[in-house]
Structure formats: structure tokens, C-alpha cells
Design a protein around this ligand. Sequence first.
Ligand code: NAD
Length: 360
Amino acid sequence: AEERTVRGALIGCGFFAENQMQAWQQLQRDGKRVEIVALCDRDPQRLAHFQTLFGIEATFTDANAMFEAFAGGGADGKDSDLDFVDIATTTQAHAALVPLAADHGVDIICQKPFAGSLETARQLIEHCKTRGVTLGIHENFRWQQAVRSTIEALRDGAIGQPFFGRISYRNGFDVYRAQPYLAEVERFIIEDLGIHVLDIARALFGEVDRLGCEIARVNPAINGEDVATMMLHHDTGVTAVVDCSYATRLADDPFPQSLIEIDGKRGSLRLRQDFTLEIHAIEGGCEIRDVRPESPAWSEAPWRPIQQSVLAFQRDWLGAQRQGRSVETRGEDNFNTLALVEAAYRAAAIHQTVVPERWE
Ligand code: NAD
């Protein structure tokens, strides 16, 4: 039988959602049966902009009105004529939008950070579970081709059991231009960016049992911290350093790359800025792999590696939806990434090592 088209709606037609829409439409062009059939933004100008850009007729300034418009009439006796919603708003809106979608029986993809506190995160996860809908968090950094290749090389045993890691994200990119709210927030680099890098650490080395952190604000024009240095101890015994900065001046700015160093018992991995992955073997010698991302046609420098990861995440989500498996970054999993963010702020405040909460 021919696969049914998976029908979705997008809520939040902002800066980043453009990438998500581009990715859905590319997947559709590539022959995947998925379609965004409605758009929602409380700002009519953003809504009109997306309507024109992506040629979607059905638009709503209110999410409740949108879900009501699609209520009933779903295929296979479903509650809704929507299969999923892609929530791309900033975090504050998630606490209302996630339960709303869940109550309409619609599967959910939600942007990171998916909740403003662990308590809210727990409630949203439980709510989705109760309503029988899936909650996948749009955590895309582990899907960047260079990062993914590093994860796979490690998982394939290329360097044996790792004992040390460093994941480093340091640049001087003006993030405040496209996302002005980032200059306002009290919590900045750990919550907005560090969250991704901490997630890479979890993807590489598993859960974290202790975390220390120091932060700094170098740019005087912002409210939050723009530098954070974290030390993680993982259950597996790996010690990892996760360091982030938006205050680092480099002639050859690496934005938006995360550079990775891993030392294992049988060799070492180095992910370099020129998109080479070096695999140094215990026997000597070094294999060099080209892990440059295949840039989608719609991508633009310097965002290409991130835009490629949005496409990769959404492609995997769609595959998971079809196969009835959950994505790696489902709510329960992402809770543990969010817990590292909370632990990092606490560790920075008390200048002590903290034991992060964990999803049981
Ligand atoms: P933005 O402010 O540009 O866009 C958010 C949009 O949501 C706005 O158009 C706003 O009007 C709309 N909105 C807010 N509340 C709403 C509601 N209740 N109903 C309908 N519409 C609502 O923000 P952005 O920079 O695009 O960021 C959005 C999210 O994406 C953030 O959580 C951010 O952390 C995340 N983000 C992720 C990545 C990534 O690589 N995964 C990169 C950038 C941003």
C-alpha cells in the first residue's frame, strides 16, 4: 500500500523556523510523504511572510483555533486531521502549546530548550505520555554531519573505550543580530547554545554524574553569560570538558562548528575546523576522513552545518514516525540534557560540583 502523507502544522514562524520549513519542503521534494498544511504565529506579519515564502494557505494567529479547525476527521479514526505539530516558538510558549497539541491527539516536535525548568519539563513529558502522543525535541547539533561522523566513529569502536573528551564551541559570531532576545536574557550561552554541546557530550559519552562550571560575561552589552567552561564526569568514567564562548576573536571564525577531541584506550579522535576527522590509532598512523556536510541547496553560509542538521533531524524524525520508534532526543532523553543546563548554572553559582537530576 502507498504510504499515507504525514500532515503537520508549524507554530512559530520566526527566525529559525524558516530552516525547519525549508527542510520539510525539501523532504517533500525528495519524495518523502510529509506536508506542512497549516501555519500559526501570533504575529500576523510573520504569518504573512511565511505564507508567501512557503505557499501555505491555512494560517492562524491562535494555536487553539488552529487545532479546533483540524479537530475530528483524522485518518484511521484519529482525533485530529493533523498528524503532528512542529513547535518552533521560543521556550515560554511551550508550556501551553505542548499540552494543547497533546490534548488534540497530535504528535509533537518541540524546539529546544523545551522547558524553562525541570519541573515544567517533567509535566510536559507526563502530559504527552498520558495523552498517548510522542514528544520529540528538535535537538539538531548531534545531527551535524561532522559531529555525527565523530559519534559514529566512537560508537564503532575506532579508538576503544574513551577516557577523555573535549567539545569546544568558541567564536565571535554576532548572534544578537538575528536573535535580539539573546542579548536580553539573564541566562544566555549555557541555556541557548551550551544545551546543544552538552547534548553532544551525552550522545558521545552517556549520562553525567557530576558537573562543575564557571561562567563569565565578556560582552558588556548583554545581560547573560557569554562564556562557560564545564567539566563533566560521566557514568562511563569519561571526563569531558565542554567549553563555549561567543567572545572569542579568531581570524578564521569557526561559527557554528563544535570541535571535538576524544582520547581512548586504543587511539584518539580529532574533529578539526576544516571538517576533517582524524583517527589516530594506537599502532601509529592516522586515518583522515572528510566529514564536510552536504549543504542543502537552500542553505547559506555560515549556517550550512546547522541547516544540514535540521534536515537530518527532521528526516530521522519522519523515519521514526513511520517505523513507530522514538527519536534519540525524545522528551525523556532531552530531560537529561536540560538537567545538565540546570546543573551548570547551579555549579557556577555555588562554585562547586553538582549532581545533575536524571529522568527515572
Ligand atoms: P523568534 O522570536 O524569531 O521566533 C519565534 C516566533 O514564535 C515569533 O514569530 C513569535 O511571534 C512566535 N510565537 C511566540 N509565541 C507564540 C504563540 N504562543 N503562538 C504562536 N506563535 C508564537 O525566535 P527564534 O530565534 O526563531 O527561536 C525560536 C526557538 O528556536 C528558540 O527556542 C530557540 O532556542 C530555537 N533555536 C534553535 C536553533 C537550533 O539550532 N536548534 C537555532 C536557533 C534558535
